[in-house]
Ligand binder design. Sequence first.
Ligand code: IMP
Ligand code: MG
Length: 174
Amino acid sequence: MAEHIQVLKSEEEVDARIKQMGEQISRDYAGREIHMICVLKGGSFFMCELAKRITVPVTIDFMSVSSYGSDTKSSGVVKIVKDLDESIQGKDVLVVEDIVDSGRTLSYLMEMLRDRNPKSLHLCTLLDKPDRRVVNVNVDYTGFQIPDAFVVGYGLDYDQKYRNLPYIGVVEFD
Ligand code: IMP
Ligand code: MG
């Protein structure tokens, strides 16, 4: 099936918003260190840009989870594909995600991380689709709330493509 991409948030809008988020997070964490956890692969572009805008000390780690099911829907069954390299015990942890959709992935992940006794645990997402929420997730920092559409770019993929777009676009099928 052929598809094309309609711009939803331009490169300038996304960059400006990430800068604001970095400033807010730096204020909120003043005097502390942030241990950022990137959820691969989607969160990687956002985390790099956000980390560059944070002025308090930052350490980073990566985790990869996959939800079984079709490409555009998550099934609620989450598998850890790559676990963290370091312990999060006693750390101020900030989980960085690309998007919260049904909330199933994040709800599972946050629960699991909480069991590992971080000093604090917060969630930052570039995008949120609140209309699609099935499981409640407490999101601390949101870049943009967006309507119920399938989006790509800035780390988000359709069939592993389009992650490298420097803007957020909606996938439309011809
Ligand atoms: P959940 O439904 O909140 O568990 O979403 C889990 C994952 O589905 C996200 O981390 C994304 O990887 C993927 N996802 C959800 N909505 C979109 C979208 O619009 N475009 C690309 N990936 C998406
Ligand atoms: Mg993701």
